[in-house]
Ligand binder design. Structure first.
Ligand SMILES: [Zn+2]
Ligand SMILES: [Zn+2]
Length: 254
């Protein structure tokens, strides 16, 4: 038994740890925030989403690598490609909720472990020149104390060794939560919510745009529109989870 394990055992006596999702007690020193049972239930997305727009596809859906699926043929998204790791449900939903809204910033480590297990970075490296987090409005960031997409960007930067460009794409309007609005209102709500300070930093670049959850796709698309107006060549959207079929989205706010 290593010293760390002794220390964990010792600390567990005085400060028992519980799984953030099912609340069972964590006795195994390898389990930091979630239990093995919850870990096993994570629904990873394994090649069942459209790589063009992130839509979850059935086994018989027709898709094409360049033109995408029926969804991205009917909607126009300004990003070119999407990589998502899991569905937005179960333990992943709990982790993201507590990470963002309950001030439990340390839970990023658990989310990062989940991302890492899928090893999706290798295929992306050649696509990327810079990493850009989806920005929060400064008032929201001040209230929360951090921007979750920025923390995520710095986490995945280790795999890309490419610069994170923050505060150049900025959110200039403190918009309402997209999920509280109708389809038509969402478009108006998010339109021109972003601006770019120095377009030359994005010119000719292949961008990895990073966000935590993909819901309607409109926020990421509007960010991508601004990046492309600034001359960005290719936008690859990277998200932890897709909430496409999860209707309990009312709290998802930036
Ligand atoms: Zn659990
Ligand atoms: Zn698609």
């Amino acid at each position: 038994m290593t010293i760390t394990r002794y220390l964990h055992t010792f600390l567990d006596i005085f400060y028992p740890r519980y799984c953030v999702h099912c609340k069972c007690s964590l006795n195994n020193s390898c389990e930091m925030y979630i239990c093995e049972d919850c870990k096993k239930k994570i629904s990873y997305i394994i090649d069942t989403h459209c790589s063009r727009c992130g839509t979850i596809l059935g086994p018989y859906t027709i898709k094409n690598k360049e033109t995408g699926c029926l969804v991205c043929k009917s909607k126009h998204f300004y990003f070119d490609k999407v990589t998502c790791i899991t569905h937005y449900d179960g333990v992943v939903k709990t982790l993201i909720y507590k990470f963002k809204y309950a001030g439990q910033k340390f839970l990023f480590n658990a989310l990062y472990d989940i991302i890492n297990t899928q090893n999706k970075f290798n295929g992306l490296v050649s696509d990327i020149d810079i990493i850009v987090p989806v920005p929060l409005h400064w008032m929201k960031e001040l209230r929360r104390g951090f921007n979750q997409s920025e923390i995520l960007s710095y986490g995945i930067q280790k795999h890309f060794l490419k610069p994170v460009i923050k505060n150049n794409l900025r959110r200039i309007r403190n918009t309402k939560a997209q999920t509280l609005l109708t389809k038509g209102q969402r478009k108006i709500n998010i339109k021109n919510a972003f601006s770019v300070k120095s377009p030359e930093l994005f010119k000719g670049k292949n961008v990895l745009l990073v966000d935590d959850v993909l819901t309607t796709g409109m926020t990421a698309s509007e960010c991508s529109r601004k990046l492309k107006e600034s001359g960005a060549k290719f936008i690859h959207l990277f998200v932890i989870a897709t909430a496409e079929y999860n209707h309990d989205l009312n709290f998802l706010d930036g």
